[in-house]
Design a protein around this ligand. Structure first.
Ligand code: HEM
Length: 479
């Protein structure tokens, strides 16, 4: 049967545009009372923010900023400045255990997902913990052969679902979260609520190492305008049941849903900065080496087009900051292993080889700013990092693939000499061996650099399915 054209009213807003946010809470829960939960879900559905609503909210925020002479920074389109507009968003997603527990389809009864209703994503069905050692998370092999990752307790428990609540201020988010909890009250147990905040002042839109985030995301075909150099992906790379995804058998209720990978990724910021300074010797050289680790300067300017120093105007210009390609086999301007080259090897591989692996990133920083004491001690005392979120239609092509097959693979991009090494930002090994990369030193790009620490260490996460709004309403909820 032909699938009707995509309606933005049917898709949850975080998937296609990203819910606008200054602050965000993730409410992780277990479903205790299945029937009551499904019945109460019908009261939650009207609160769910669609992609259509999100698009309107983003456009209102931009209009307001323009009218009031507030800078609309490229790359921070998702950031609501607290003094700008009152806005909130609610989305919901379920783990495979949550879907099984909730018997969301009549065919599921009390069993595991049956053949007819198998959503057909093995990584999702098995959960992130089963994928942890493949992802390179640290942990211990148990006597029974299972792998126990070194994760926070939250993610070692059985999580059934997560509600994402975003807004312009803590008050807005807390009020909205209270309404969500009220609706679900008596039917779920809270496992944990994690909160993140856009960083203050000039750091807004930057992750904790200081680099502007959210600069490059692919445009979904026929959904949004494309900036120069921005990739366009088939709708089926993001959404189940559409475009290229129709090649995979999905239950009808999966249409217009997306898999959400959630990862809690603490970052060792003072340690990262000290390593750069110790290795590069001067602050300018350290800044350049940091930019070579990421592939962009802190402003977001790509080092391919700003090779020796940062160019904030370039970083802020969405019509220019993705308009570059890497030079295959050459790492003089940008190391093969640079984070953005590993994650989107523009021109190292053909566009058609990269596109199935593209993800829509929607993370937010968490934790306080680095304190003076931490700076002086060059040591992290308070946990901070990224609550990483990304959407894709196939986890083994998206998040899990990018982490394993590209970030953690020393010989990716393929055929390059010298061997690229690990992505210095997110590459990881379960063995804890020292990671190496080449290309860090601008004057001798063949010289290997031992990355003496791993500055991003996963504390866990889960794979979720973010259903379409009609599926939430008509299949998952009961009245
Ligand atoms: C704490 C962990 C991380 C940090 C600090 C970080 C930082 C960054 C920064 C600064 C950029 C460049 C700006 C931008 O294009 O938005 C970026 C881009 C990107 N990151 Fe990460 N990232 C992290 C984790 C991850 C993970 C876990 C993945 C996926 C496995 C990932 C995938 C990507 C992708 C796909 C891009 C865009 C590449 C492009 O299209 O040019 N990142 N990241």
């Amino acid at each position: 049967m032909a699938v009707a054209p995509l309606s933005l009213a049917n898709v949850q807003g975080d998937i296609l545009f990203g819910l606008p946010k200054q602050t965000q809470s993730f409410f992780f829960f277990q479903i205790d009372q299945v029937d009551a939960f499904r019945s109460n879900l019908s009261n939650l559905v009207p609160l769910i923010t669609s992609a259509q609503q999100t698009q309107t909210n983003i456009s209102e925020i931009r209009q307001f900023k323009i009218k009031n002479n507030i800078a609309v920074d490229a790359g921070d389109g998702e950031v609501v400045h607290p003094d700008v507009i009152t806005v909130s968003g609610v989305n919901i997603a379920f783990s495979a255990k949550g879907l099984q527990k909730s018997k969301f389809s009549t065919k599921l009864t009390f069993m595991r997902i049956g053949i007819l209703d198998d959503i057909n994503d093995t990584l999702f069905n098995n959960g992130m913990k089963s994928d942890a050692s493949n992802l390179g998370d640290s942990g211990m092999q148990q006597a029974d052969g299972t792998f126990q990752p070194d994760w926070d307790d939250t993610f070692l428990q059985e999580i059934h679902g997560v509600t994402l609540v975003t807004g312009d201020s803590h008050d807005t988010v807390n009020d909205k979260l209270a309404s969500v909890k009220d609706i679900l009250s008596g039917t779920v147990t809270e496992i944990s609520t994690l909160s993140g905040d856009v960083r203050p002042g000039d750091e807004a839109g930057h992750e904790h190492f200081g680099y502007k985030d959210g600069v490059s995301n692919p445009a979904v075909q026929d959904v949004e305008a494309i900036n120069p150099g921005q990739a366009t992906i088939d709708q089926g790379v993001a959404l189940l049941g559409r475009g290229v995804d129709t090649a995979t058998t999905r239950p009808s209720w999966a249409l217009d849903g997306s898999f959400m990978a959630f990862r809690k990724l603490p970052q060792l910021v003072p340690e990262f900065d000290k390593f750069l300074l110790d290795t590069a010797k001067t602050q300018d050289a350290a800044d350049l080496m940091g930019a070579r680790f990421v592939g962009r300067w802190k402003s977001g300017a790509p080092i391919m087009n700003a090779t020796t120093q940062d160019d904030p105007a370039l970083g802020a210009d969405a019509t220019l900051n993705n308009d570059f390609k890497f030079v295959k086999g050459d790492q003089s301007a940008c190391p093969f292993a640079a984070h953005i080259r590993k994650m989107n090897p523009r021109n190292d591989l053909s566009e058609s080889a990269i596109q199935p692996h593209m993800i829509l990133r929607r993370g937010i920083p968490f934790g306080p700013e680095v304190s003076d004491e931490e700076r002086q001690a060059n040591a992290t005392a308070q946990e901070r990092g990224l609550l990483f979120v990304c959407y894709q239609s196939v986890l083994s092509s998206g998040f899990s693939f990018l982490q394993q097959a590209w970030a953690n693979k020393q010989n990716f991009p393929p055929g390059d000499s010298p061997t690229p090494g690990f992505d210095p930002i997110i590459g990881q090994t379960t063995s804890g061996d020292v990671r190496t990369m080449t290309g860090a030193f601008v004057n001798n790009t063949s010289q290997p650099l031992n990355l003496l620490a791993q500055w991003v260490n996963s504390k866990g996460g889960e794979y979720f399915f973010s259903p379409s709004i009609p599926t939430l309403q008509n299949v998952f909820a009961t009245s």
